[in-house]
Ligand binder design. Structure first.
Ligand code: ADP
Ligand code: MG
Length: 238
């Protein structure tokens, strides 16, 4: 056993469309320890989402190895992948991915529905998570009635409800203004402080500076891996 929660070795991934093959990840090594807060940076098209989707077992890789909690993740059935995801992973997306016709409470409770938790119990637990996000009063609102920051907090509550070991966030502040972005980063830091590993894909330097370590992707390889000396959130007024 190591203290790695996410480890990839010489990882390769290509997309094949018709006769064309696009080599997106060209032999990447990353080792993320349990409890780390890491950002992955790189320009648009550099393979950030591809990498995060492999971490989340939403996509396969071609060569090399991916170990989640020291377990080799290779091609597996969708049922088995879903079981791993439920046990280890919570996702957060730029566009929130909330279900538009369900209330905040129902959205947060949804993962528990799939775990066959009865309605009364899952709603009670969902309310606790909404309360943690400061959204108790918004439980009966639809996503369309909430601000971007509130929607992302609902999405974070939904990601946390199944007690994941890792949060994977793909451009979580990409649709938010600066002040709201920092609020979301502050929440993610609090989540990380509870011991959950947080991995954030971003192309914004100031967002990456809120994490402990920055991994830079370029042309399919890791260009740099740097530790942030003082991960800080600038206080933005007004
Ligand atoms: P990023 O998140 O860094 O912007 P992506 O991982 O989304 O980059 O994409 C990396 C490259 O792979 C891009 O050139 C993109 O067009 C291509 N790509 C992504 N997904 C697919 C797919 N499903 N099929 C074919 N090409 C894809
Ligand atoms: Mg992307």
């Amino acid at each position: 056993m190591s203290d790695s929660i996410i480890r990839i070795e010489n990882l390769h991934k290509s997309y094949i469309t018709g006769k064309n093959s696009l080599h997106v990840l060209k032999g990447i090594d990353i080792d993320i320890k349990a409890g780390e807060m890491v950002s992955i940076m790189g320009s648009s098209g550099s393979g950030k989402s591809t990498l995060l989707n492999i971490f989340g077992i939403l996509d396969n890789y071609d060569e090399g190895g991916y170990y989640l909690n020291d377990i080799l993740i290779s091609k597996m059935s969708e049922t088995k992948a879903a079981r791993f995801r439920n046990k280890y992973i919570g996702f957060i997306f730029q566009s929130f991915n909330l279900i538009s016709f369900k209330t905040a409470l129902e959205n947060v409770a949804l993962p528990l529905y799939y775990q066959n938790v009865n309605r009364k119990k899952r709603n009670a637990i969902a309310m606790e998570y909404l309360d943690r996000m400061g959204l108790k009063e918004w439980s009966n609102h639809l996503p369309s009635e909430m601000s971007g920051g509130q929607k992302q907090r609902v999405a974070i509550a939904r990601a946390l409800i199944s007690n994941p070991k890792v949060i994977l966030a793909d451009e979580p502040t990409g649709a938010l203004d600066t002040k709201t972005s920092y609020e979301v980063m502050e929440i993610l830091q609090e989540v990380n402080n509870t011991g959950i590993t947080v991995i954030i894909v971003t192309h914004e330097t100031d967002i990456a500076q809120c994490t402990e370590r920055i991994i830079r992707l370029k042309d399919g390889i890791i260009e740099a891996n740097e530790y942030v000396t003082n991960p800080a959130i600038e206080v933005v007024n007004g």
